[in-house]
Design a protein around this ligand. Sequence first.
Ligand code: MG
Ligand code: MG
Ligand code: MG
Length: 308
Amino acid sequence: MEEMNKTFIFGHKNPDTDSICSSVVMANLRAKLGENVEAVRLGELNKETQFAFKHFNIEPPRLIDKVQPGSDVIMVDHNEFSQSAEGIENANIKMLVDHHRISDFKTKEPVFCFAEPVGSTGTILYKLYNMNNVDIDKKTASLMLSSIASDTLLFKSPTCTEEDKRIAKKLEEIAGVDINEYGLEMLKAGTDLSDVEEEDLINLDAKEFNVDGIKFVIAQINTVSIDDVLKRQEKIENAMSNKIKEDKLDLFLFTITDILNGDSEFIALGDRTDLVDKSYKLEDNRAFAKGVVSRKKQILPMVTKNID
Ligand code: MG
Ligand code: MG
Ligand code: MG
């Protein structure tokens, strides 16, 4: 029975650091406001996120695989149903906190929406704490800092705003953490992918989109050496091809992002690789994209622009 009036808070599938941290940060806020909530997650923790939770000695959220019809939920760091929990269509969405384009999102009841084009969901949550006059404790500040460091690639991404930088400074003080030092350690922890099989590698941070009937996935991994990852190109392509067949995708765009230099290498497969090739000439199924690091601000708009 008690599960009935509990609100579940979660980020997107194939969760990243911002999704996991933001669900915990939001759960802390709602709990302080007297609500019965639980942060949960829709997938395994990646190495970067594992590093963050271990570093600050915080318990990560519990894994769920679907939401029950009619259950109360708060969505953070995503809104597209294709990236959300199984059963989301029949859940009661009470609130949304997000920094992505709004698409493929529908609610049965009126909903609180806190959406801003800032660098991370953690940034919006900082403002929600202020709005509700709730103090931010050290651990919560550490999680928000992790969100900002991860999503903005330490302020290098074009998604990063002045507000992210200003709020990060405040959070550094509360957390007693140097974001540049800690953030680089955290990002590097996420690049250790040598023991990850290619089938998993292509799904680590994969998001599915549906634009004008074209179904495609943009996946992204971080590295300190693009060349190192490219040694696995053949196996990566095999895994991508299987995924394309299984999920009937028109395009799979795998993005290898160099976090030190802020560039990416694309590997593209599928019937619609023209959607990449129009902007970046593909050779041997790949192309170098100088200064490209952001899926939401650079890669997704490129693909959708080429669809039109
Ligand atoms: Mg995210
Ligand atoms: Mg995010
Ligand atoms: Mg991301």
